[in-house]
Write a protein that binds this ligand. Structure first.
Ligand code: G4P
Length: 537
């Protein structure tokens, strides 16, 4: 699919030209579908690493680059997010990592707010899993185009056509395969390139540690070589044509269709094709709408949005890093920028580009790039930074928490440290810290999207803030925003409690959706608004 990638459009100014060269995306999937493996494969193809086994520490693999926290090592999972940048065929690829654990966390949503496209990995044997569905929903909510990769085709799995049906019926998006597998799942020989009708034949390498050689053969040669297996692929592709499953840039951009590719991340099969599709079809950074409704073009002076704040990445320097997605303009290290929330200036002297924990100074960055700002104690998730022309981007929506615990300091004499830790974890967005009138300031309620966030709290409170905590689960699972005048009625209900956000917003929490419906039925006038992006509402 080499010829398909157009040269970046010649642009009037250097910023717009740099933006046009960039593709900023995240790989998302249900755990174990192969996200870390594909990340490595992409890094290998982009020349960012010499051999697979570098990015994530998996059992039996070598490097431990993104392994920032002890806990991650202990569990063999990634809790932190890394951004990986490499050049590929005159383009710059920014791959933002998302947490890979079984829990759903706010981090994933935030990363999706910072990318222009998502690559959804689907396990060929398992098809659409719980988190696959949730993630498709989030992409639809954010209007993000999605490229779907059916992974693990080297292993027995479902039939390719059945997988297409499943994607369509479960997501409502039309799957438009760009490549089609030659050989059933478990007998992955190569792919039929639907654009040219050619056969791209893959060869294995030892342990999948290096790029897999591939040959491009015309249809006649493919038929001679592969016989029935090739004919089956051709027949299935004819069925796709007949059903209208043809790539269409407009419906892709609008989230109505999803291009599909077949791959084996562990063998590095199909990875070139994915990069080519990203370059040819994924959107480049473009104008971003500000809170006042005006769009800030990429060529405007520098602006960026903090999408993640992370502490404790460098044990030697106990620092706090804010990850900023550049939205417009040219970022240069040391430039003066302003935080639009506080009106204060922020020094960018210690800007870094981030690849695992191997940090190198970022001298400059362009729209679509991610910059890590160190010593960022004044920056919060969602903050806008700008130079010259003021701008504020809309906040990144907080997703509705579904898990709640009461926190207490194990040792009351460490209450000060306890409070400091709670404030820090709240401002980083690890959990939402809520005040409860019933329980008092000593016992805040912590709310999270996924329960693993509470393990992070326990660990960091003990090791970083030296204030070990006791966390006690509360039996709530649904939260709604309410108004101060409704608090009294709500607080009097059974299995309902009102909690306060730091910004003074009251949240009513309910044991479950049935309880919420019952309260709504009995008190139809109460204000009970779903929280932003609560798709289950
Ligand atoms: P995740 O980040 O999405 O959680 O998945 P990860 O890459 O860790 O992959 C999960 C498991 O699936 C790993 O096996 C990995 O090797 C395997 N895997 C990933 N892609 C493919 C593929 O294309 N084909 C096959 N056959 N397997 C794949 P593991 O046994 O958990 O770890 P490891 O010891 O093999 O590293």
């Amino acid at each position: 699919m080499t010829a398909q990638v157009p040269d970046p459009e010649p642009a009037a100014d250097p910023v717009t030209a740099q933006a046009a060269r960039r593709r900023t995306f995240a790989v998302i999937s249900h755990p174990d579908a192969g996200k870390s493996t594909l990340t490595e494969a992409l890094a290998l193809h982009g020349g960012a690493i010499a051999e697979a086994g570098h990015v994530k520490a998996k059992s039996g693999r070598r490097g431990v680059v993104s392994d920032w926290q002890e806990m991650e090592r202990a569990r063999g999972i990634s809790i932190s997010s890394a951004a990986l940048q490499f050049e590929y065929r005159d383009h710059v690829v920014n791959l933002l990592d998302t947490p890979g654990h079984a829990d759903f966390s706010e981090d994933t949503y935030r990363v999706l707010a910072a990318v222009d496209c998502a690559v959804m990995l689907v396990d060929a044997a398992k098809g659409m899993e719980r988190q696959t569905m949730k993630l498709f929903d989030v992409c639809a909510y954010r209007g993000l185009p999605v490229i779907t990769v059916i992974n693990k085709w080297d292993r027995p799995g479902q039939e390719a056509l059945a997988l297409m049906d499943e994607i369509e019926s479960r997501t409502g998006m039309v799957p438009t395969p760009l490549t089609w597998p030659v050989g059933i799942a478990g007998d992955f020989r190569g792919v039929l390139d639907r654009r040219t009708g050619d056969y791209v034949r893959f060869s294995r390498t030892a342990g999948g540690a290096t790029r897999a050689p591939q040959d491009r053969l015309d249809a006649g040669t493919a038929a001679e070589r592969e016989g029935d297996v090739w004919h089956t692929a051709v027949e299935e592709v004819a069925l796709l044509e007949a059903s209208g499953a043809v790539h269409d840039p407009e419906t892709f951009a609008a989230g109505a269709s999803t291009p599909v590719l077949f791959a084996s991340a562990v063998l590095n099969f199909g990875v070139d094709q994915l990069l080519d599709v990203l370059l040819a079809s994924a959107p480049a950074p473009s104008a971003r709408r500000a809170a006042d409704g005006h769009a800030r073009p990429v060529g405007a002076p520098f602006s960026g949005q903090v999408f993640k704040v992370q502490a404790g990445m460098d044990r030697a320097h106990r620092d706090r890093m804010a990850f900023v997605r550049v939205c417009s303009g040219h970022f240069e290290r040391g430039m003066a920028v302003v935080n639009s929330r506080t009106g204060r200036s922020f020094s960018t002297k210690y800007a870094q580009q981030v690849f695992g924990s191997d940090r190198s100074g970022a001298e400059e960055a362009w729209p679509g790039d991610v910059v890590g700002l160190v010593n960022a104690s004044s920056l919060h998730v969602g903050d806008t930074l700008y130079a010259d022309e003021p701008v504020t981007f809309p906040p990144i929506p907080a997703f509705a928490p579904e898990h709640f615990v009461v926190a207490r300091a194990r040792d009351v004499s460490r209450y000060k440290q306890f409070q400091r830790g709670m404030a820090e974890l709240d401002s980083e967005g690890v959990v939402q810290v809520l005040r409860s009138d019933r329980r008092g300031d000593q016992s805040p309620v912590l709310a999270a999207v996924g329960p693993m966030q509470f393990d992070v709290v326990t660990h960091r409170m003990e090791h970083e803030f030296h204030a070990p905590v006791i966390l006690e689960p509360l039996g709530y699972s649904v939260a709604r925003r309410t108004i101060p005048t409704d608090v009294e009625v709500l607080d009097a209900q059974r299995n309902v409690e009102v909690l306060w956000r730091i910004d003074g917003t009251p949240l009513a929490v309910f044991s479950d959706a049935w309880r919420l419906s019952a309260v709504q039925r009995d008190h139809p006038r109460l204000v009970l608004e779903p929280l932003a992006a609560d798709r289950s509402a």
